[in-house]
Design a protein. Sequence first.
Length: 233
Amino acid sequence: MTAQQSVSRDEWLAARKALLEKEKAFTRERDALSAARRALPRVRIEKDYVFDTESGEQNLGDLFDGCGQLVVYHFMYGPDWEAGCKSCSFWADNYNGIGEHLRQRDTRLVAVSRAPLETLLAFRERMGWRFPWVSSGRSDFNYDFRVSFTKEEREAGPVDYNYGPSNFPSDEAPGVSCFTRDEDGAIYHTYSAYSRGLDIFNSAYNLLDLTAKGRDEGELSYPMEWVKLRDLY
């Protein structure tokens, strides 16, 4: 942590107001970016993806559960992993309780992983989560949306992740993908984000960003080295 200067209340207020102008400019820029995101073109989904869910085998359209929009969190959990990714779990700790709010805006949030459904549900129970979680292990869904990589891809060199070549150190990677469904049932892919594009979904990180120490990760060997599954602290 960099030592902060100690000043009078009036001096602090002047500095805070100056920063507020930058924050307002950032908010306006973020609003413009969100509008540009909504204006992106869309791609129709032609493949019939299959998912194992608590309601049985379902396709991508079923995951909407009556909503017009679907947000998929690509949770890193490989078929033979003993536990879910600690970083994805850090993100998932933010998802309890928001499903009801999202549904009021015609949107459903679902986590998707390649691990078997029974494995996912057991881990969800352990962590005390309630959001829907489904397995894509019997389809190409994860590979098509560039959050899972085959052995051959990894051996060939950098994989295609976050819209470019990446030396991502795992067979599984995090991401979020958004879909919309027309009244005729046609499904479209509208957006995907990866890597630092996921920061906005983690309220803990956003709260830490308001503090004097911030994320305090500068001396670590990698940014989330400190993170553990919530029940292991």
